[in-house]
Design a protein around this ligand. Sequence first.
Ligand code: OXD
Ligand code: MN
Length: 625
Amino acid sequence: MTLIDRPALATTTDSETEVGATAARADRSYPAEVSTWVDGLVEHLQPAAVHWVDGSTRERHDLLQLLVTNGTIEQLNPDLRPYSFLARSAESDVARLESRTFICTDDPADAGPTNNWREPAAMRAELDEVFRGSMRGRTMYVVPFAMGPIGSPMARFGVQVTDSPYVVVSIGTMTRMGDAALAAIARGASWVPAVHSVGAPLAPGETDVPWPCNDTKYIVQFPATREIWSYGSAYGGNAILAKKAYALRIASVMARDEGWLAEHMLLIKVTPPSGRSYHLAAAFPSACGKTNMAMMTPNLPGWKIETIGDDIAWLWIGSDGRLRAINPEAGFFGVAPGTGVRTNPTAVDALWGNTIFTNVARTDDGDVWWEGLSDDAPAHLTDWRGESWTPGSGTTAAHPNARFTVSARQCPSIADDWDDPAGVVIDAIIFGGRRASNVPLVVEARDWDHGVFMGATIASEQTAAAEGTVGELRRDPFAMLPFAGYNMADYFGHWLDFGRRLRRSARVPRVFQVNWFRKGADGSFLWPGFGDNARVLEWMIGRLDGTRTAVDTPIGSLPAAGALNVEGLDLDADALTELFRVDPEAFLHEVDDIESFFATFGDRMPSELSRQLDLLRTRLQAELG
Ligand code: OXD
Ligand code: MN
């Protein structure tokens, strides 16, 4: 979208106007294209008032007070958790809804078999109906935001309208929200329009509920017009549209068209005792420990791991020809259960204050608790539903997908280059999944194309981050199954092309696959994980600088005997063998499963990946003799 010249933004703080009070709003010099879009939405959604969000601290404070008054959030004990709040969602609104997430393209093949496809005109007609009057009795917030540091060649902009002040404060943490983003749009930056309504209009005099939402939900992406529409949910990625809907689904389409990558990846900076830093990007499915890895305290003397991002990375080939990446977000929307003083002390520190918790339990003294925060639960809690809870009650005190929302700046391990507009140079890419069996602790890809094959074949046991059966194994290529805005086969092709461009311009980063979750015969995890995962990173970095050895296997290169540092670990020889065991027979079953998965893409599947599959099968069969 292009914009005509417009005057500088007014600085008035009086940003809420009755609908119809156009004169007051006219003083504020908003980009005409945004104003026109908002005017059309006001007519259709019929809010009682419009509030143009400026992103100031004062405004955030006022919104938090409003949310307390509405009963959506309660303030935690300021002595224990300064300026922090607890929200309890409706029980029907607790996770991303993949079954209600739609990609609307003219040709269903452009959405591909892994997405829910809808014909754009039919979906527009349906949305037209559900959104008609959906904001009645509520305020429409107009929320300009930037993804990525403003001034970066990779920064991208958007404007979300929403009738949920809870969503506004969440966007305020997760993005660069407010006047600075609007000013960039006013200067001509293109922007993605995103419309969000909780779908709970209020009749005159009707009392609101603490967590308004609607049983009918839609999260709709129109990739061709770069538009997002979301209805019925106020939870996480369903409602903070800058995150999954924009920074992954729409951005993956922009990335395809513009020659970059929008990925479900954490970013870290690893500094060994030598002092030379390396930057790694790692893709894992939802709730597989990305936040823990991004904030890892390494169990290796002299090593330092710093955080750049925990969920999304945008990667591109810089003008120096190197693979660069930014974290487009500005905060963490992390899964609380499993985040604890033993597993992720850095995150626990980051949450000291200024945090919004959703669906965790409350202690009797007004602090928060969730499973895994400490070894023992307090003797009494108020659970995520607001009910009295005691240990052994048979339910979890926090919802398994309970979240914290906190600014990246508050993370003690945040790297000094985390918001460098030029991004960081990526040295290696890691793919991982949650696999109880079959997949070794770490494997190095033979080359970029083999790495793309590894990414394309990630499978993982399902977690609580989305609706579905927890524990069920599903293929989640590049951890992007719920997030690719177009046909995944074309997405694989884009990765292969990107590798060809990288090969022409610079050093191609190494690609690895990891599995922290392999279990032994007794069902317990074989690898200690968490801070000891640094040992795996140590081996990877050794591979980059040529100091660690590997052995070739049918599935890629594994650490040679003694090359992985297991010193001081309570890991017996059998466990170590099992961690790296490649069972050709079991893997051949995996190959059959991958073949069926690839077949779902028909002739859109890049032939290079079918070739990689054939090579793998041949190597495994040779092993069997
Ligand atoms: C997330 C997810 O919230 O992947 O990051 O579900
Ligand atoms: Mn995620």
